[in-house]
Design a protein around this ligand. Structure first.
Ligand code: ADP
Ligand code: MG
Length: 757
C-alpha cells in the first residue's frame, strides 16, 4: 500500500513515473493526486451551446448516427464522414483511411472520440479523432479481453494499455458519468494521468485528515480521503462538487493560516507605546487645522490613536479614494508618535510623489516643520526628504537628520530602506500606495527600529482592492476605510476615442484642452512610454516623429515625441511641460511645482502622475493608447482630475479596433467611477494568474482550484477559521494537522504572491 509521501517510482514503476517527473515535476503520490482534472468529460453535455475554439482538443462519448464513405475532392481516395450524437447534439467527424474503420464505426455503436476541433467555414469537425468503441460487440460496460478492443489512436492505445492481471480491460473506466480530463502534454496525455491516478488510488492507504472533525462538521466538508478520490473519479456531480469544495477550502485555509500567523507574530512583538498627549505637536497641529475633520477621518484617527497607544506594533491598512484625506490622517498619527519622542518614516512609490508629500506636509505643518531653525516653535519638528536623485550634500544632510533624530519625519522612496539609512529611533512607518511595496520590504523596515522593537505600520492605498485579494494578500493587516470625500468630488465624464476610425476626435481633444485652459484650467496628457533614448537607439525617432513601431504590438505614442509635436503644433500657444521618470530629480521637482502653481497649462507625462499628485485646478486628462493601461491604473490616472469644484473630463484614446475586447474594457471603465466595481472588473478581465503571479499558473504546488473571483465565501470562511484556530491554540500544539497544512503552504510557492503583494 502507498502513502501520499511515497515516490511514484516505487508505486508506478520508473517507466510510468519518469515522464511525469520530467514533464510535470510530479514526483510523489501527493504531487500526482494534487494534479486535479481541469474538467470532466460528461458525454457531450459539457460542450454546451458554445462553439469550441479552433484547435481545442475535445473528447466526447457519443453514438454513431450515420457513417458515409465519400470521395476526396482533390485526390484519389475516400474518407468516412460520420455524424455523432451526444446529449442531443450533433458532431461531425471525418476519418481517413476508412477501409477497416467502415466496419466498426457503424450507426448504433457507442464510443469515445477524442480530437482537435477544426473549422471548415462556419462548421466544425473532429478530424481523424482517436476513438474506442465502448463495450465489446454491443455489450456495454463489459470487461473486454485486450485483443478485442476496437478503436484507433491514443484512446485505443490507452484501452489496450489498461489490461489487468487477467488480460482484460474494464471498459467502464471510459464510460463513467464523469471522465476526468487532465492538464496534459504531448508526452503525458490526459489518459496517462487517468491511468496513473487510478493505479495510485487503488494502492493508497486511507489518507489521514489534517482538518479537525469539528472544523469539517461545521462546514459540512467531506474528509480529505474522500475528496482526493472523488475529485478524480466522481460518481455524481454532487461528489465532484463536494470534493472540490473541500479542496478549495484547504487552499484558502493554508493561505489564511500563514496570514493569521503573521498577525499573531505581530501581536507578540514589542513596539514603542505612543499614547496621545494634550499639549504636544499633534494637539497644536489640530488647533491650527483650517478645516474640520470628517466623521470618517475622526473614526479612523481614533482607531489609529488607539493602536499607537498599545505596546504592540500596529499593522493597519488605510483604504480611501484619492482625495479622501488619508495623508492628513497619517500625518496626525505621525505627530502622535513624535510627541512620544520617536521618529516616523513615510515611503512613497516614486520620487515625484515623495517630493510632493514633503512639500505638502511641510506646508500643512507650517512653522511646526521648522524644527532646528532659529526662533522656531518650541514643539516644531523637522521634515527630511531623501531620494536617490538628490545631490550628495542634500542626501548627507537628510541622512544626518535621520540618524541624529532631528527629523521627526523622514520622507522618501525605496531608498529609505537601504542599509545605510539609519534612524535614531524609528517607531512608525507609513507606506503610501501599498501595492508597490512587498512584504519583504515591510520586513526590512521593521529591522530599522530600535533593537527588539518593531515600528508601527500604516499602509495607505487609494486603489480599491477586491475583498478576496485583500483578504488573501493583506489579511494580516487590520483595515480602515475612508468613504467620504471632504471637499466633494465633481463627477468625471469619460470618453473613449477610436483614433483610427475617428482621427478628427483626437484633434477635438486638443481643442477641449484649449477651451479648458482658456477657462483658467489645466490638463494632463498621459503617454504609455517615455520614448527618449530607446527610440533613438533603434533609429526610429528620426524616421517618424510621432509614432514608433515595435514588433510586439501596435505603435504607441511616446511622451517625448508628443511633447514636441504638441508644443510646436496644436498647442504652440500654450505652456506645455514634460514630466517622466527619467528626468533628473530637480527637473521633475521644478516641472511639478510649475504645474502646481499654474505656470504650466498642459503637462505631457507618463504614469509618474498616477498616484497622489494633487493639482485641483487640472480638469482634463487625455490618455494616449489607453488600452496599454490596466483598469485600475486608468482609474488612478483619471483620479488626478475633477479634484477641485470643476467637472473633470477624461478622454481615452485608443488605436485598437472598437470591436475588440480591449476597447470594450475601456468603455467599461468610461461607464463607471465606482472604484470597487472597477477593481472587480479588473480582476475579471485579467487572467487570475496575472493578478497573483506564479501561484496561479497551475504548477505543482500553486493554488489550483480556488478562484479569487468566484470563491469569496470560501476565502472569508477560511479566514474566520484560521483566526479562531489561532485564538484557541496560538502555537497550534494541539492541532498538528493544521500546523502541517501551514508548513506546507510556506514551503510551496502557494504563498509566493504574498511576498509580491
Ligand atoms: P489622499 O491622501 O487620501 O489622496 P489628502 O490627504 O491628500 O487625500 O487630501 C486631499 C485634499 O483634501 C488635501 O488638499 C487636504 O488638505 C484636503 N483635506 C483633507 N481632509 C479634509 C477635510 N476634512 N476637510 C477639507 N479638506 C480636507
Ligand atoms: Mg495621498
Amino acid at each position: 500500500m502507498a502513502t501520499l509521501m511515497d515516490p511514484l517510482d516505487d508505486v508506478l514503476g520508473a517507466a510510468a513515473a519518469t515522464p511525469l517527473a520530467d514533464v510535470f515535476g510530479i514526483h510523489t503520490v501527493e504531487d500526482l493526486l494534487r494534479h486535479y482534472p481541469h474538467r470532466y468529460m460528461t458525454h457531450g453535455s459539457e460542450l454546451g451551446e458554445k462553439e469550441p475554439p479552433e484547435g481545442e482538443h475535445i473528447t466526447i462519448v457519443a453514438t454513431v448516427e450515420s457513417a458515409t464513405l465519400r470521395s476526396m475532392k482533390n485526390r484519389n481516395g475516400q474518407f468516412l464522414a460520420v455524424t455523432l450524437a451526444a446529449d442531443g447534439q450533433r458532431i461531425e467527424a471525418t476519418f481517413f483511411s476508412p477501409h477497416k474503420l467502415k466496419h466498426v464505426v457503424v450507426p448504433g455503436r457507442r464510443g469515445m472520440f477524442s480530437g482537435k476541433v477544426k473549422y471548415f467555414g462556419k462548421r466544425w469537425n473532429l478530424t481523424h479523432p482517436s476513438y474506442v468503441i465502448l463495450g465489446g460487440d454491443g455489450n456495454d460496460g463489459a470487461v473486454v479481453p485486450a485483443g478485442r478492443i476496437v478503436g484507433g489512436g491514443t484512446l485505443a492505445g490507452l484501452a489496450r494499455g489498461s489490461v489487468d492481471a487477467s488480460g482484460a480491460v474494464d471498459m467502464s473506466v471510459f464510460d463513467r458519468a464523469f471522465v476526468p480530463i487532465y492538464p496534459a502534454a504531448k508526452d503525458v496525455e490526459s489518459w496517462t494521468f487517468m491511468r496513473c491516478v487510478r493505479n495510485v488510488l487503488d494502492q493508497l492507504d486511507d489518507v489521514v485528515d489534517p482538518l479537525p472533525e469539528s472544523v469539517r462538521a461545521e462546514r459540512g466538508l467531506v474528509d480529505i480521503d474522500t475528496a482526493l478520490r472523488s475529485v478524480h473519479f466522481p460518481d455524481t456531480a454532487a461528489d465532484k462538487d463536494s470534493a472540490r469544495e473541500r479542496l478549495k477550502f484547504d487552499e484558502a485555509l493554508a493561505v489564511q493560516l500563514v496570514l493569521a500567523d503573521r498577525r499573531r507574530d505581530a501581536s507578540t512583538r514589542v513596539a514603542a507605546r505612543c499614547p496621545p498627549i494634550t499639549d504636544g505637536i499633534a494637539a497644536e497641529f489640530d488647533r491650527r487645522l483650517p478645516f474640520e475633520l470628517t466623521a470618517g477621518q475622526h473614526e479612523v484617527a481614533a482607531e489609529i490613536a488607539n493602536d499607537l497607544s498599545a505596546p504592540h506594533p500596529m499593522s493597519r491598512l488605510l483604504q480611501g479614494e484619492v482625495g479622501s484625506g488619508k495623508t492628513i490622517v497619517a500625518l496626525r498619527a505621525m505627530l502622535q508618535v513624535i510627541d512620544a519622542g520617536h521618529q516616523c518614516a513615510l515611503l512613497a512609490p516614486t520620487e515625484v510623489l515623495a517630493s510632493q508629500h514633503a512639500r505638502s506636509i511641510r506646508s500643512m505643518l507650517g512653522s511646526l516643520a521648522a524644527g532646528g531653525e532659529l526662533g522656531s516653535h518650541e514643539l516644531a519638528t523637522k521634515v527630511a526628504l531623501l531620494t536617490g536623485s538628490m545631490s550628495t550634500a542634500a542626501k548627507r544632510s537628510a541622512l544626518l537628520d535621520a540618524v541624529t533624530g532631528d527629523a521627526g519625519i523622514v520622507i522618501g522612496t525605496h531608498a529609505l530602506i537601504e542599509d545605510r539609512v539609519e534612524f535614531l529611533d524609528l517607531a512608525m512607518v507609513v507606506v503610501d500606495e501599498q501595492h508597490r511595496f512587498g512584504v519583504e520590504q515591510r520586513d526590512a523596515l521593521r529591522a530599522k527600529a530600535r533593537e527588539n522593537t518593531s515600528p508601527h505600520l500604516l499602509v495607505m492605498t487609494a486603489t480599491p482592492i477586491p475583498r478576496t485579494i485583500a483578504m488573501s494578500t493583506l489579511g494580516d493587516l487590520e483595515t480602515s476605510v475612508l468613504t467620504e470625500l471632504p471637499r466633494g468630488r465633481s463627477p468625471i465624464v469619460s470618453n473613449v476615442v477610436p483614433a483610427r476610425s475617428k482621427p478628427g476626435w483626437v484633434d477635438r481633444a486638443w481643442q477641449r484642452i484649449h477651451e479648458e485652459v482658456a477657462a483658467g484650467r489645466q490638463a494632463y496628457v498621459v503617454c504609455s512610454r517615455i520614448g527618449d533614448d530607446e527610440d533613438s537607439e533603434t533609429g526610429k525617432k528620426g524616421a517618424t516623429k510621432k509614432k514608433a513601431t515595435s514588433d510586439d504590438g501596435p505603435e504607441t505614442t511616446a511622451a517625448v515625441d508628443l511633447y514636441e509635436t504638441l508644443s510646436t503644433g496644436p498647442m504652440h500657444d500654450l505652456r506645455v511641460g514634460l514630466l517622466h521618470g527619467r528626468l533628473p530629480g530637480d527637473d521633475k521637482d521644478i516641472t511639478m511645482s510649475e504645474f502646481n502653481s499654474g505656470e504650466i497649462d498642459v503637462l505631457v507625462c507618463t504614469t509618474v502622475v498616477e498616484v497622489g499628485v494633487d493639482v485641483p485646478n487640472a480638469t482634463v486628462m487625455v490618455i494616449m493608447d489607453a488600452d496599454r493601461f490596466g483598469v485600475s491604473q486608468l482609474h488612478q490616472l483619471r483620479g488626478r482630475i475633477g479634484r477641485g469644484g470643476h467637472q473633470g473630463l477624461c478622454i481615452m484614446i485608443s488605436y485598437l479596433s472598437p470591436g475588440g475586447g480591449s476597447f470594450a474594457r475601456l468603455e467599461a471603465v468610461a461607464a463607471t467611477n465606482d472604484g470597487f466595481e472597477l477593481a472587480k472588473l479588473d480582476l475579471a478581465t485579467r487572467r487570475e494568474g496575472d493578478v497573483l503571479g506564479a501561484a496561479q499558473s497551475g504548477t505543482v504546488s500553486g493554488l489550483r482550484l480556488l478562484s479569487f473571483i468566484d470563491d469569496e465565501d470560501i476565502i472569508a470562511d477560511a479566514q474566520d477559521c484560521a483566526r479562531s484556530l489561532f485564538a484557541r491554540d496560538p502555537s497550534l500544539a494541539n492541532n498538528p494537522g493544521i500546523a502541517s497544512m501551514m508548513r506546507s503552504a510556506w514551503r510551496s510557492d502557494r504563498v509566493d504572491y504574498l511576498q509580491k503583494s
